[in-house]
Design a protein around this ligand. Structure first.
Ligand SMILES: Cc1cc2nc3c(=O)[nH]c(=O)nc-3n(C[C@H](O)[C@H](O)[C@H](O)COP(=O)(O)OP(=O)(O)OC[C@H]3O[C@@H](n4cnc5c(N)ncnc54)[C@H](O)[C@@H]3O)c2cc1C
Ligand code: SF4
Length: 330
């Protein structure tokens, strides 16, 4: 690992100023992703600004919903009564990720910015446009079993690895950030992460030095009928091949509102809007869930090794929706 300066920030303003003064500096929170990336030679900041002690750890009721601190640990977030009772989808998604030890260290802000698990991205002996723009993409002509079936480009076919972010996408979360000038802005989760296009090196729409301060969730009517389903190669300590965050608002047997977000299929959490529109106003039946799953996967564009994700995705959507109805789907 290359030498770097370590700087512990006492407050958010000092942290953002330190980054804006140094284009090569990066934040470190739980360190569960950034340190691995530095060890592998993928990231090489010359300064780490430690934000892990900032008092941004609240999980509290706010504005009818909840405000979740960016520095709250994943474990504390998943286990908090406000989240377990009001947003069980988020709790399930976080607990489906990593391991208890990693979740104890990992923060919500760091989870939002964790980088892809594309093996070529981590292997610095191979070309990768995300790691080294213009060098090519090892995955497009290589092994692309774990890669995208939606929204990819001819520059990058990587997927976002987060489970938490898939639930946040289904719940229409808002991400609050603060810049070096003290100015704040609120970014809808749908606009937070990017598709790769011609600039796959950019995972998200933050400016250098912007600090994630909190995540807002508005009042949810989905708590009674939601489910996070993660399909992976082994049952723990593995990233999603496909995951589904399904949330239904039911009136009797009729779907008033449906939210479906998919993980493991695109460079950002992927909202299955065609499936949501199809389900709205329909009965919560397995037949309708199957038709919604067909609609969700209609525009999938698989690569050489990942066509299985299309059928897997359909089955995962149907199962997640059935489980969201607590077995009451007709
Ligand atoms: C073996 C292993 C298995 C895993 N499995 C899963 C899994 O199955 N599912 C899953 O979702 N995740 C998984 N993870 C990833 C894990 O969830 C992330 O590493 C973790 O959430 C990152 O949080 P952190 O606080 O440690 O971030 P750090 O490593 O500290 O930082 C990550 C990035 O975020 C930036 N950053 C951190 N905080 C802020 C902030 N407040 N504002 C702006 N930028 C910030 C840093 O500069 C860095 O670029 C796994 C990780 C490991 C090591
Ligand atoms: S898919 Fe993206 S991250 Fe993976 S090798 Fe290609 S450019 Fe790099």
């Amino acid at each position: 690992m290359r030498p770097f300066k370590y700087n512990r920030a006492p407050d958010a303003r000092t942290a953002t100023k330190a980054l804006s003064a140094n284009p090569q500096a990066m934040f470190i929170a739980g360190g569960t992703n950034i340190i691995d990336l530095m060890r592998e030679g993928v990231e090489h900041p010359d300064e780490l600004v430690d934000v892990s002690r900032l008092v941004l750890t609240q999980i509290k009721a706010a504005g009818g919903g909840v405000s979740i601190g960016a520095l709250a640990k994943n474990t504390d977030t998943a286990n908090h009564p406000l989240i377990r009772q009001g947003y069980p989808l988020l709790s399930q998604a976080i607990l489906a990720g990593a391991s208890p030890q990693i979740r104890n260290m990992a923060t919500n802000g760091g989870n939002l910015l964790q980088r892809t698990r594309c093996s070529y991205f981590y292997d610095v002996s191979t070309p990768c446009n995300k790691r080294e723009p213009g060098s090519g993409c090892g995955a497009i002509g290589g092994i692309n079993r774990n890669h995208a079936i939606f929204g990819a480009s001819d520059k990058c076919v990587a997927v976002n690895p987060s489970d938490m972010c898939v639930a946040l996408a289904a719940l229409n979360a808002t991400i609050n950030v603060q810049g070096a000038d003290g100015k704040t802005r609120a970014i809808p989760i749908a606009d937070f992460h990017r598709l790769p296009g011609d600039t796959p090196e950019k995972d998200h729409n933050l400016q250098h030095g912007e600090l994630i301060t909190s995540i807002d969730l508005s009042k949810s009517n989905f708590a009674a009928n939601s489910y996070y389903l993660k399909v992976r190669d082994r049952s723990s300590y593995a990233f999603a091949l496909v995951s589904v965050a399904a949330a239904l608002e039911l009136s009797g047997g009729t779907i008033k509102n449906a939210r479906i977000a998919l993980g493991g299929v695109a460079h950002k959490p992927w909202r299955a809007t065609e499936a949501e529109s199809f389900l709205t106003g329909k009965s919560a039946t397995e037949e309708n869930f199957r038709a919604a799953a067909e609609a969700a996967m209609k525009n999938a564009k698989p690569l050489e090794h990942n066509a299985f994700k299309v059928e897997l995705g359909k089955r995962a959507i149907v199962l997640a929706l059935k489980r969201a109805t607590n077995g009451k789907a007709a």
